[in-house]
Design a protein around this ligand. Structure first.
Ligand code: HEC
Length: 269
């Protein structure tokens, strides 16, 4: 609470009362005073919508206060009438007549020249994947899917090795331009891109992810990423247009083998 604002308000109202100001001044003082109190007395800001509702109610009650008594009515309108009619106020009246459109014009000018603000996005590097995706006509439930060739690591190391070699070929034919020779995100195109290509050596990337998540990101690339993946435009291509499902699973095996990380396991609920 900013007590001094409240004290200033009460003091000002007492002075006005003591000076026996006209009813118009009195009404104006209540409106302005309460507006200032709502805006500046509370340390936690009062929402604009609440202030609007409150000021609406206050205006109505002040209106009712004036309207219910004919003497107050006359007293209220007298200064306004005088201002409009009496010749001595004419210069001031002309000023007010000019000031109203000028204020409107200024307001529009200020709105139009305001520096644009980027919209707020809660942004994450690893947005939530969809429940399932369709790649080359087959549907894959991302929550439960796993690399179909992962088991070969123990069951058939020979074939696993072959797949790693195929994955290596896929990587050095397609991915290293951006993700780099050493998978550190420093490929020859990397410097032109924003966001920069993911550094797979960083423990915050593939080491934290499941293979199905990588499959989704590789197959679908940047197009159609959920909004939280934005507002940046990623250059990651949608590889389903160029690679077979097998090639994509193979390159994933190679990403983990080359970096020495293990994929995060499927969580069974
Ligand atoms: C034209 C450059 C480019 C090429 C080529 C490219 N990528 Fe990417 N990739 C990116 C960029 C940029 C990002 C980071 C932004 C994003 O997540 O979309 C990224 C992100 C990724 C991610 C997400 C990693 C994470 O932590 O979420 C994976 C997985 C990935 N790429 C795999 C690949 C594979 C596999 C290939 C080759 C088949 C490839 N990329 C080729 C630019 C590229």
């Amino acid at each position: 609470m900013n007590w001094w604002v409240l004290i200033a308000f009460v003091a000002a109202m007492l002075v006005l009362r003591w000076r026996r100001v006209g009813i118009l001044t009195w009404v104006a003082a209540w409106l302005v005073g309460l507006y200032l109190v709502l805006n500046y007395v509370f340390v936690v800001p009062v929402p604009v919508s609440v202030i609007k509702i409150y000021m609406g109610i206050v205006s109505l009650s002040l209106f009712a206060f004036v309207l219910t008594d004919s003497q107050r009515m006359t007293e209220f309108w007298q200064p306004i009438q005088a201002f409009v009619v009496e010749p001595r106020y004419r210069p001031l009246l002309a000023l007010v007549a000019l000031a109203i459109p000028a204020l409107v014009a200024f307001r529009i000018y200020a709105d139009m020249t305001a520096t644009p603000q980027a919209p707020f996005f809660a942004r994450t590097v690893h947005p939530a994947p969809p429940d399932s995706i369709i790649v080359h006509d087959s549907e894959l439930a991302l929550g439960t899917a796993d690399n179909p060739y992962r088991d070969l690591e123990t069951s058939n190391p020979e074939e696993f090795k072959e797949r790693l070699e195929k994955g290596r070929a896929v990587y050095y034919l397609n991915c290293f331009y951006c993700h780099g020779d050493l998978m550190a995100g420093a490929g020859m195109y990397a410097h032109a891109l924003n966001p920069i290509p993911t550094n797979f050596q960083d423990p915050g990337t593939i080491a934290m992810l499941r293979e199905a998540f990588l499959y989704w990101r590789i197959a679908k690339g940047a197009p159609g990423m959920p909004e939280e993946g934005g507002p940046w435009q990623s250059a990651m291509p949608a590889w389903e247009s160029f690679l077979t499902e097998e090639e994509m699973w193979n390159v994933i095996l190679f990403l983990y083998d080359f970096t020495g990380y293990q994929p995060r396991a499927v969580e069974l609920h």
